[in-house]
Design a protein around this ligand. Structure first.
Ligand SMILES: [Zn+2]
Ligand SMILES: [Zn+2]
Length: 504
């Protein structure tokens, strides 16, 4: 879901000024019907999905297929809302109509943000209509009864949309402002690239400090003093994890989840949802907490940033190559600038669509292993009651081996996450793999120290490849830019000179 919101904003930044070609619709009435009709059509489709799923849930033979069917349906609805947004941007003059309204035009970025309103209304419509299924499909949770439809929609809006939309809205506003005040910025700094540099700095600052904002967007409060807090803090000390605060994530019983956010210890929070705390034993909570800690200790976010860097370098490489070969008068292929940009972007799609999911699923499993090790009894203790290669002292274990007791606790916690969130364990997940496959993998790993070693080696290989590809890509682009007289002049006049003036 978060990725879809990011894509919606990416569309906005890509086409901020309205359709690239002649719009399909012209009359303002047609445009309004098309744009405001979207949430209504999505709402009707969601209502249909709700009725079909509830009928299937009541039917004894079809109940097991009801939830997978329902989740696929929800995905289709969300993607349809996103495709409709692309349509509003690319084939209707809706963005231009908004930019013509004086009150909206007065604030930089507001016309762009208003383009998204029908999209957000579609999402709200989906949650509103599907609430009965959500309520029926979740296992019993002690707090679930309190949630009303209203609160459910507001909760999703805060957790699914605002968390991503708020930081991105600041970037859109900065983007619009740097475009509006471009001449002034260039005059002030003497650099043609000053607006882009400013946008980059703002984006980086938002990325680093967003946890401070987000802990307010999500209803959270510090985990109260008590034995659980002491245990978790002791664990932080043991595994060398520094966090600003452990937070309870108030979800009205809607969600069993945990998350970590923040790149640096001063702005890093680990969050455990209220329902997770209410429904799991202390051991299981430690295991889930350990999974989130594993993401931090294994540096998954910095490696994802390297992944993003590599994909950007590849896209610019494709664009540069096409521009060199297809713009000449005697080139074999003639491509417009827009087509070249689009092809460069298209090169990113398989990298993210396939590559990102693949890396992410391996990182999730590495975090699972870390979570299991956090739930394991200490190395030299007799608390491990299962046949276990870590604790039986046979010497078969290596540093990567997983304790059977720890794995068992983690697997049980995962099972609860599936049950209480209404996720079928076999349902596939692009970023996390299915819960059933994660449970199976961890159980196998705990019985096979060699498999654990192979897995650890594979993840190390992925990380090394990411570092090497980044260094290689940066090296090649640096040499390429410097060898090219046009680019070299550009770098000297737009970067080095203004920087030198700044230091004087
Ligand atoms: Zn995770
Ligand atoms: Zn053990």
């Amino acid at each position: 879901m978060h990725l879809q919101i990011v894509m919606a904003f990416a569309l906005l930044l890509w086409w901020p000024d309205g359709p690239p070609g002649t719009p399909w619709l012209h009359r303002p009435l047609d445009v309004c019907l098309a744009v405001w009709g979207t949430p209504i059509i999505i709402a009707l489709a969601a209502q249909m999905l709700c009725v079909i799923t509830r009928t299937r849930l009541k039917h004894p033979t079809r109940a097991s297929s009801a939830l997978p069917f329902y989740h696929r349906g929800v995905l289709v609805l969300r993607v349809a809302a996103l495709v409709a947004l692309a349509g509003h941007l690319l084939v209707t003059p809706w963005p231009l109509m908004l930019a013509d309204i004086p009150l909206i035009r007065a604030i930089p970025g507001l016309p762009q943000l208003c383009i998204l309103v029908p999209y957000f209304m579609s999402l709200i419509a989906i949650w509103w209509m599907l609430y009965p299924v959500e309520k029926a499909s979740r296992g019993f949770t002690p707090t679930a009864q309190r949630t009303s439809r209203w609160r459910y929609v507001v909760f999703n809006l805060r957790h699914q949309v605002l968390i991503v939309a708020l930081p991105l809205a600041i970037i859109v506003i900065t983007f619009a402002a740097t475009r509006e005040y471009r001449p002034a910025l260039i005059r002030l700094t003497g650099s043609k690239w000053a607006p882009e540099a400013l946008l980059g700095v703002v984006a980086m600052a938002i990325f680093v400090f967003s946890p401070i904002l987000l802990r307010r967007v999500w209803a959270t409060s510090p985990l109260p003093e008590g034995p659980l807090r002491d245990k978790l803090l002791a664990m932080c000390g043991r595994i060398g994890l520094r966090v600003r605060e452990i937070l309870v994530w108030h979800s009205d019983g809607v969600m069993v989840n945990a998350a970590v956010m923040g790149l640096f210890p001063r702005v890093r929070y680990i969050m455990l949802s209220d329902t997770l705390l209410a429904s799991m034993t202390d051991d299981e909570i430690e295991a889930v907490f350990g999974h989130e800690a594993g993401h931090v200790r294994h540096h998954h976010i910095p490696y994802f940033l390297l992944f993003a860097l590599i994909s950007m370098l590849i896209a610019s490489g494709v664009i540069e190559f096409l521009a060199r070969t297809c713009r000449d008068a005697n080139a074999v292929w003639h491509l417009s600038d827009d087509a070249i940009q689009a092809l460069g972007l298209a090169a990113i799609v398989p990298i993210w669509g396939i590559g990102f999911g693949w890396v992410s699923r391996r990182f999730e499993r590495q975090a699972d292993v870390f979570g299991a090790s956090c739930a394991s009894p200490p190395k030299r203790s007799d608390n491990c009651r299962l046949p276990c290669c870590v604790h039986d002292g046979s010497g078969a274990a290596n540093g990567d081996a997983v304790c059977a007791t720890g794995a068992g606790i983690f697997v049980k916690a995962l099972g609860k996450v599936a049950l209480l969130n209404g996720i079928p364990p076999t349902e596939r997940s692009w970023r996390h793999s299915s819960i059933a496959s994660r449970m199976r993998f961890l159980t196998e790993l705990s019985g096979d120290p060699m498999m654990a070693r192979r897995f650890a080696g594979r993840v190390r290989g992925i990380k090394r490849a990411l570092v090497l590809l980044s260094i290689l890509g940066l090296g090649i682009s640096a040499v390429y830019l410097w060898q090219n007289p046009g680019y070299r002049r550009e770098i000297l006049t737009s970067v080095i000179e203004p920087l030198r003036k700044l230091w004087k």
